[in-house]
Each structure stands twice: as C-alpha cells, then as structure tokens.
Ligand binder design. Structure first.
Ligand SMILES: Cc1cc2nc3c(=O)[nH]c(=O)nc-3n(C[C@H](O)[C@H](O)[C@H](O)COP(=O)(O)OP(=O)(O)OC[C@H]3O[C@@H](n4cnc5c(N)ncnc54)[C@H](O)[C@@H]3O)c2cc1C
Length: 425
C-alpha cells in the first residue's frame, strides 16, 4: 500500500479524534498509518451500558480495520502500543514493530484515569474508561451477586454494595445504570437476596453533582438518582480503598466490595516526554490550527489536547464531539496542505453539554443557557451521539440496539464468561 515518495501521515490513536482524521484523509495523496494498541475503536459514551449488561461488546468496540478499510485504500492500521515519540527526529517508536518516520504526525492518544494518589485505588478500584474496564466491572458485580446468592453472610460484609466516585457524567451514568440493573433485573434474578441491603452510594467531593450544569439540572439529576435508590453523598472525598471497605475523608467507612472510579482523567502519560508546554490535566496546548508549538507538522486532537474555543476563549471539555470535530478538522487541514492550500483555524460547533442518568432521564444545557431534561433530553442525547458513530451501518445498528433495550428493558449481556475464558487459558 505504501507508495514511494508520497508523504506519510502517522496518526496515533484510533479514538474519535484519530479516526476522524483518518476518514478525512481518504482522498489525500498520502500514505496514512493509523496506530492503536487495540484493533478496535471504543465508543466510550456507551461503556456504562456494557458494564451493566444492556449492550454487547460489539456495540461498543468497532473494528478499526472495518472502519477505515471500507473504501479507503491509502490507510494501513497497525495494532501496537506506541512507546516513544521523538519530535526532533520525526520518529515514533512502537512496541511490536519497527519505528516509523513521518511527514505529518497526529497525536490522538486520549486521556487515562488518574486516582489522585488515593490509597488503594490503583489496586482495588474499577475505573470506567476502556472496554476491558467495563467488562471487568460487569464480571465482578455479577460474581458478587452469584456469591451472595450462595452465601448470604457476604451481604452483611458489603458484597453487593457499590460506591461510585465522581458526580460528573461518568459517575452519575454509572450509578444510575447500576441502580436500574439492581432494582430491575437482579430483583427478578435473585429473589432470595434482600434488595434493600444492596446499596449504591455516589460520592462527590464538591457541594453538588453535575457541577458543570445549571442548578435546576443538578437538582433534577439528584432527585432522579435518589428515585432510583442511589444515595448521594457530597462534600467529601474517598480517603482509601480496600477490597471490601471504602473509607471517606469525612470518617465514614462503607462496607463495599466494589468501588467504581469515575472521578478523574489526565492526558496520556506519553505527552510528558515530548518537551512541550502542558496545560492542566496533562493536556498539550495547541494553536488555533491545532498544531503544537514549534512543530507545524504535528497536530494534537481530542482529550489530550487543550483546545481554546475561538468563541468563548475557554478550553474545550473532553468530549466525543470535541474529539471528532478536532480530528476531522486536522484531516481536512492536512489534505489542504498537501494540495498546496492554506490551512483554516478550527471552529467548534457546540451542540450542547449533555448527560444521561437513567431510562427516560437525561439533562441538556445548550450554549445560550437553554436547558432540557427528561425524555426530551434523552432523545437529544441520542441524536448527538448517533452522529459520533463512524458509519451509517453503526448508526442503524445502534438504533436497533437502543430501541430494543428501551422497549424490552432486557439486559441480555448479564452473563459471565470472560473470567471462565481467562481461567481456561
Ligand atoms: C465512561 C465515559 C463516558 C463518556 N460519555 C460521553 C458522552 O456521553 N458524550 C461525550 O461527548 N463524551 C463522552 N465521553 C468522553 C469521550 O468519550 C472522549 O472525549 C473521547 O473518547 C476522546 O476521544 P479521543 O480520540 O481523544 O481519545 P480516545 O477515544 O480515548 O482514544 C484514544 C485511543 O488511543 C489509544 N491509545 C492510548 N494510548 C496508546 C498507546 N500508548 N499506544 C497505542 N494506542 C494508544 C487508545 O487505545 C484509544 O483507542 C465519555 C468518556 C467516558 C470514559
């Protein structure tokens, strides 16, 4: 596929940002190489549905080769971790293949979880950031219910209790989905287990959950969670995590065998070795055209970039739509530069900030301050997130999956097999 003397564009990361770039380069006279440690693209907004058995892994992870090879002959996909990037030598080092040099480099390696040094969190918490994180959490929770079903003494020890850390969208979505799984499917699946003894506690360090939304949406979200039996605890942090206990800074100790971490993200660790100026949260500061300082051939997109919105002069949040739009812009820009045209600055089209809490419960805040909640907001969430899916086939499949689970409320994915596969290896 590689043609001699054509410029090479190396894209690191097949998330919304990297994939957006690759797809916009389909007609460019360049060899495009897309590198990711996985052979799939992860649709992170639906991870909590995978973790609670509402969706299968194939609805959340999409083959990168399928996504770019459909009609794009100039792209090669390689599954290997990136281990180093040398901006001066214009070379990327890969764990499982020879190093690659580039004419253009796109950094789209995303963000990763940070536990802020919380004692025991790295060992015992369940983060919600990758496909394997979601499957691991599902297997663990199902395993605890199976164990408690056979040995009820485990219930008093907190086997069924879940503490969710973080009152942002990830924490709230996870807590809401776990509550629906518990009070719906598990109530039927395990009739002998006393439901009222299985607690779901959401812990937020700030004074309120959903701090990024207007007060009326915060109140709505809190009430929607409490209606689903989630206990919301604010103004305190998690001090330490052990396999069966969670200690809060307020002094309270909660018996819980599961702690879901939805509290903190930072830009991919690799950016620290680049010698670039980094903003808060380990993010690379980029210019209006999304290049990094001193390297007009290097772009940063998505979660690892600190992109200042031209309209509001605020750094854009770490969202799928920001990642996709920035990635697409960079793909178009590189194509323009290859054609000898001038690049244009990036302009973000804000479709609103939104999050779901549970079935029929969501919140939306538009740029001008208009708000929506309930089913209307959930429909808006669906429309915006369908647009993030890479192909029409994916969109059609998602509509069928979402409509199916919405109508039947069935969580057909609530079976365990990963741990059995691992045990047999
Ligand atoms: C649980 C959860 C829920 C979310 N919900 C929403 C939502 O409802 N709406 C919304 O807009 N946004 C949501 N987001 C945020 C959104 O998913 C991110 O902003 C978006 O995925 C960022 O895209 P990206 O391309 O920058 O990075 P990512 O999507 O993280 O992609 C980075 C890619 O780089 C690869 N990679 C990383 N390190 C290496 C390495 N060393 N070598 C090789 N490959 C590597 C990874 O495998 C990954 O494929 C959510 C995020 C999470 C975690």
């Amino acid at each position: 596929m590689t043609e001699p003397d054509r410029p090479r564009v190396v894209i690191l990361g097949g998330g919304f940002g990297g994939l957006g770039t690759a797809l916009k380069l389909s007609k460019a006279d360049a060899d495009v190489v897309l590198i990711d440690r996985h052979d799939y693209h992860t649709f992170q907004p639906l991870l909590y549905q995978l973790a609670t058995g509402l969706l299968e892994p194939s609805a959340v992870g999409h083959s990168l080769r399928d996504l770019v090879h459909h009609d794009q002959k100039n792209v090669a996909v390689h599954k290997t971790p990136v281990t180093a990037i040398d901006l001066e030598a214009r070379q990327v080092t890969l764990a499982e293949m020879a190093p690659l040099t580039y004419d253009f480099l796109v950094l789209g390696l995303g963000a990763e979880v940070t536990f802020f040094g919380t004692e025991g969190a790295a060992e015992h918490a369940f983060p919600m950031y990758t496909l394997t994180d979601a499957i691991r959490l599902k297997e663990h929770v199902l395993g605890r219910w199976e164990a408690a079903d056979k040995d009820p003494s485990l219930i008093e020890d907190g086997a069924l209790n879940v503490v969710v850390v973080g009152g942002g969208p990830t924490g709230v979505e996870s807590a809401g989905a776990i509550a629906e799984l518990y009070r719906g499917d598990f109530a039927r699946d395990y009739p002998d287990v006393p439901q009222e003894k299985a607690r779901i506690v959401l812990v937020e360090a700030g004074p309120d959950i959903f701090g990024m939304f207007k007060p009326n949406l915060r109140t709505y979200a809190r009430e929607a969670l409490e209606k689903r039996t989630v206990e919301v605890v604010t103004d305190t942090r998690v001090a330490s995590v052990a396999p069966t206990r969670v200690a809060l800074k307020s002094g309270t100790e909660i018996a819980a065998h599961t702690l879901v971490w939805g509290a903190g993200l930072q830009g991919n660790q690799l950016v620290q070795s680049l010698g670039l100026e980094l903003e808060r949260g380990n993010r690379i500061a980029v210019g209006p055209d999304l290049t990094v300082a001193g390297h007009p051939e290097v772009y940063a997109v998505g979660d690892l970039a600190a992109i200042t919105d031209a309209k509001t002069e605020q750094v854009l949040p770490q969202l799928g739509s920001v990642a996709l739009q920035s990635g697409e812009h960079v793909g178009e820009t590189i194509a323009r530069r290859l054609d000898g045209e001038e690049p244009k600055p990036f302009k973000y089209k804000d479709k609103g900030t939104m999050a779901t809490i549970g079935r029929g419960a969501a919140v939306v805040e538009m740029l001008g301050g208009r708000t929506m909640k309930g089913r209307k907001a959930q429909a808006a969430w669906g429309v915006v997130h369908l647009a993030l899916l890479p192909t029409n086939e994916d969109r059609a499949k998602a509509i069928v999956d979402w409509a199916g689970s919405g109508l039947t409320h069935q969580r057909t994915g609530r079976i365990t097999y990963e741990s059995e596969v691992n045990a047999n290896q």
